[in-house]
Design a protein around this ligand. Structure first.
Ligand SMILES: [Zn+2]
Length: 199
């Protein structure tokens, strides 16, 4: 815990003085982020670090494998869908980004099965991607292809939300998919034909 407290003290002494005006403005005027990002909870893939974002710029949703479930309003606890609703309908973001990544434990759990200790919630959560994984061919790069297929699934599922579909149709909202490679620090964009380098 001390490591975290030390980090907080560094934030207060080194970062806060320079950032104070920004935080005060965000407190006074409220947040108006342009981008909503759906990323994985993986500790190595911090979306604000990857995109060089500052506080107030991104509305961040993180879950196992950066998955967006299909629109399915019911009495369940839909954390990701709730964040999408708030970001899109209340905050009015103009962009949604899905950020997948290499070495994703969530995608590995989809392909190879979840670890025994993660069967209560992880297993059923990642099972939503099962149908798309069936189309991913076997081979050395299976996990990379699966990571891209999962980002594609999340992008497709975003369009099952009626208010996202409407906003995209009206030209008020765009959606993008990326995959971050932890080894190299390189970001690829998910294009129509697969992953392509970001230029
Ligand atoms: Zn992951």
């Amino acid at each position: 815990m001390q490591r975290l407290i030390d980090g907080y003290h560094r934030f207060r002494t080194e970062i806060w003085p320079a950032e104070r005006a920004r935080y005060e403005a965000l407190a006074k005027w409220g947040q108006s982020p342009e981008t909503l990002i759906v990323a994985c909870s993986d500790s190595r893939v911090d979306p604000q670090t990857v995109f060089g974002a500052v506080p107030g710029e991104m509305f961040v949703v993180r879950n196992v494998a950066a998955l967006v479930p299909a629109y399915h309003p019911d009495a369940g606890y839909h954390g990701t869908s709730a964040a999408l609703e708030f970001g899109v309908r209340v905050l009015g973001v103009s962009r949604i980004v899905v950020l997948g990544h290499a070495l994703c434990g969530g995608v590995k759990a989809m392909v190879e099965g979840a670890p025994e200790e993660a069967r209560d919630f992880v297993q059923p959560w990642v099972a939503m991607a099962k149908p798309v994984l069936e189309s991913v061919p076997e081979g050395e790069d299976r996990l990379t292809r699966a990571e891209a297929a999962v980002v594609r699934l999340s992008l497709n599922n975003l369009m099952t939300f009626p208010w996202i579909q409407d906003a995209v149709g009206a030209g008020k909202l765009e959606i993008h998919g990326f995959r971050f490679d932890i080894h190299t620090g390189v970001l690829d964009r998910l294009g129509r034909d697969g992953l392509e380098p970001v230029t």
